[in-house]
Design a protein around this ligand. Sequence first.
Ligand SMILES: NC(=O)c1ccc[n+]([C@@H]2O[C@H](COP(=O)([O-])OP(=O)(O)OC[C@H]3O[C@@H](n4cnc5c(N)ncnc54)[C@H](OP(=O)(O)O)[C@@H]3O)[C@@H](O)[C@H]2O)c1
Length: 298
Amino acid sequence: MRVFITGASGWIGSHTVDEFLSHGYDVTGLARSDASAAALEAKGATVLRGDLDDLAGLRAGAEAADGVVHLANKHDFGDPVETNRAERAAVETLGDTLAGTGRALLLASGVAGLAQSRPALETDSSPAVGPDAPRGGTENLAFDYVEKGVKSISLRFSPTTHGMGDHGFMAIITDAAKRNGYAGYVGDGSTGWAAVHVADAARMIRLGLEKAPAGAALHAVGEESVASRDIAAAIAQSLGLEARSFTSEESQASMGGFIGLFWGMDLAASSAATRRLLDWTPTGPTLVDDILAGAYTG
Ligand SMILES: NC(=O)c1ccc[n+]([C@@H]2O[C@H](COP(=O)([O-])OP(=O)(O)OC[C@H]3O[C@@H](n4cnc5c(N)ncnc54)[C@H](OP(=O)(O)O)[C@@H]3O)[C@@H](O)[C@H]2O)c1
C-alpha cells in the first residue's frame, strides 16, 4: 500500500515517514529541496520533487497513492493570508483528485478554538470556515469532500508535539526565556496546553489511516492539559533561570504576536474517543520529561 506524505521532511512528517516504512508501507514523500529529497531517499522512501504551490505535482502524488497524509504547511506567520491560501489550494487539489475513489485524505489541523472553558472533544466542530479562516478552513473543506467519496480524516495535533529535535512552539517559548532571562507564564499560569510526544502522534496517524472512518476528527493528545506554570518551571530549570508571571503583552512582545497570544490561552483537549476508536495508547515521555531531558536546550 502506497502513502503519499506532504511535509515528509518536517518534524511530524519525518517521524510519520519512519512509522509507515517500519510497518511495511511504500511511502512517497513530497520534497522541495535536495537535502529533503536525500534524507527521504536514505530512509527508503520514494521522492516526489515539488512545492506546495505545484498543484499538478500534488495531483500526481495523490493519484498514484492509496492514501494521502497532508502535513506540509508554509507556516509564514508574517503572511498568514498566503499561508492559508496555499493550504486551502492544496487541500482542494488533493480532495478533487481523490473524489469518487473512497481513498483516505488525512490532513493536519489543531485543537485551538474548538471549545471554551473545557477540553476540546473530537465531536467539537471547527469554527474555521472559508478561505479567510485559520488554516484556510481546511478541516471543514476536507469534510465537505466526504460526500464526494473521499475518506477525509482530520489530524488535530496538540499545540506542542514534542520530542528531541522539535523546533516548534516550545522551542520558541524557550528562546524567549533565554532572551528575557526568565521563563514566563501568563497571569497565574493556570492555563494549560495539550501535549503529545511526536512518536505517539506518528503512530496515531498510521492507525488513523488503517482504522478511522470518513469524517473522523482524531486528537493527537497524550496529556490533556499541562499547566503553563509547570511548563515554564521546567524550562526555567533546564536553563538555570527563574520562572515568573508576565503579562500577555510581555508574552507577545517577547515571542511575536501570534505565539505570544497563544501562550496565554487555554488549549486543553481530550483524546478519549481517539484512544477508543484506534486502540491507541500514547507511551512517549511527557512534555516536562522532554524539557528536563534537554529537548529544547541540548
Ligand atoms: N508541531 C506541532 O506541534 C503542530 C501543532 C498543531 C498543528 N501542526 C500542523 O501539523 C503539520 C506538520 O507540522 P510540523 O511541526 O511537522 O511542521 P514543520 O516541521 O514546520 O514541517 C513543515 C513541512 O512542510 C514543508 N513545507 C513548507 N513549505 C512548503 C512549501 N512551500 N512546499 C512544500 N513543502 C513545504 C516543509 O518542507 P521543508 O523541509 O522543505 O522546509 C516541511 O516538510 C503542519 O500543518 C502544522 O501546522 C503541528
